[in-house]
Design a protein around this ligand. Structure first.
Ligand code: NAD
Ligand code: UDP
Length: 328
């Protein structure tokens, strides 16, 4: 039985990856320190014979007993609100955490896939974004803590590949959504979901003409799975190219949920990218992959998930307490 370590296992994407690898017959070791994730995302796996969980901060030395065939490094805050609140942890998990995991992969002779992001393109001047575009990133802005950690992560991964001959894979993930996103983590979809379910106005930042291209989680997981088992070591965009402005998206959600909420405009956050759309020609060519789930289908599943949350949960503004992780 092949053994895979998945970091960020209690998070949104990590938990779906745990499910997928279990379903494919792997032995899965999930690792997380719960800083932005939640135990409830993986508790259904706790009694599974092919699953074990280690609570650990990956920025500290990582010890795993026995063999490892694959590592998927998904630990990192991913929402702009989260990484603004825990900027140093964000920089550390992308840099020190990635270094530890690359070292572990080398020691175990395992193949490692790291979760990069469309944020490496910053506020892109090339549209749609192809993998050979170097990006337009503000190193010192508030988002720099995430963007630069991810850029460093790609650089150190390629260095381990070139210098140590490590088998590495890099996925550049474009905005992905679905069940198990944390309500009120600040990302636009959980934000709109919470607002719709509480009967509040939808908050659109700026004039809402900035664009994003939203990918349903099942498509994302499929792309990641194929990339891991491909022989391609350079970054690959995985996302759904169906681009939409945030204002049009807000209206779409109001229609889909058959509510009559109003839209209110708030200040656009600093360095919020004005446009984002993946060029997925490379993924199509080398992985024979493209997104299959349309926004209506994906959003319906997502809305149904958020509807299962309790009233208390819906009214907690931010149920994440970062204070115990923050040393001053
Ligand atoms: P998430 O916040 O739901 O999950 C991240 C998980 O990592 C959480 O469970 C958190 O507790 C854990 N974690 C953070 N720091 C850790 C540490 N030091 N040690 C151990 N665990 C730690 O976010 P997500 O959306 O699931 O994102 C997962 C990965 O995918 C991240 O690397 C993120 O940058 C990347 N990504 C996601 C998206 C997206 O749209 N969801 C887009 C681009 C990139
Ligand atoms: N956004 C918004 N209202 C919200 C939350 C986000 O209009 O309540 C906007 C945000 O400014 C950005 C887009 O939605 O332009 C996507 O934001 P998100 O935080 O989900 O991800 P990003 O792609 O910016 O990392």
């Amino acid at each position: 039985m092949k053994r895979v370590l998945i970091t960020g296992a209690a998070g949104f994407l990590g938990s779906h990856l745990c499910d997928r690898f279990i379903a494919e017959g792997f032995y899965v070791i999930g690792m997380d320190n719960f800083i932005t994730g939640d135990e409830s995302n993986i508790e259904h796996l706790f009694n599974h014979q092919n699953f074990e969980f280690i609570k650990h901060d990956v920025t500290k030395f990582i010890e795993i007993e026995g063999e490892l065939d694959y590592i998927l490094h998904f630990a990192s805050p991913a929402s702009p609100i989260d990484y603004l609140k825990i900027p140093i942890q964000t920089l550390k998990v992308g840099s020190l955490g990635t270094h530890n995991l690359l070292g572990l992969a080398k020691a175990k002779n395992a193949r490692i896939l790291i979760a990069s992001t469309s944020e490496v393109y910053g506020d892109p001047l090339v549209h749609p974004q192809t993998e050979d575009y170097y990006g337009n990133v503000n190193t010192i802005g508030p988002r720099g803590v995430y963007d630069e950690a991810k850029r460093f992560q790609e650089a150190i991964t390629m260095a381990y590949h070139r210098f140590h001959g490590l088998e590495t894979r890099i996925v550049r993930i474009f905005n992905t959504y679905g069940p198990r996103m944390r309500l009120n983590d600040g990302r636009v979809i959980p934000a709109f979901m919470g607002q719709v379910l509480r009967g509040e106005n939808l908050t659109v930042f700026g004039d809402g003409l900035q664009t994003r291209s939203f990918c349903y989680v099942d498509d994302q997981v499929e792309g990641i799975f194929r990339l891991l088992f491909s022989d391609y070591s350079y970054p690959v965009n995985i996302g759904n190219p169906n681009e939409i402005t945030i204002i049009a998206f807000a209206k779409e959600i109001i229609k889909l949920t058959e509510t009559d909420q109003k839209i209110v405009f708030k200040k656009l956050p600093i360095d919020d990218p004005l446009q984002r759309q993946p060029d997925i020609s490379l993924a199509k060519k080398i992985l024979n992959w493209e997104a299959k789930v349309g926004r209506k289908e994906g959003m319906t599943k997502t809305i149904n998930y958020f509807k299962t949350l309790s009233i208390e949960e819906l009214h907690k503004r931010d149920h994440k307490d970062f204070t115990k992780h923050i040393k001053r």
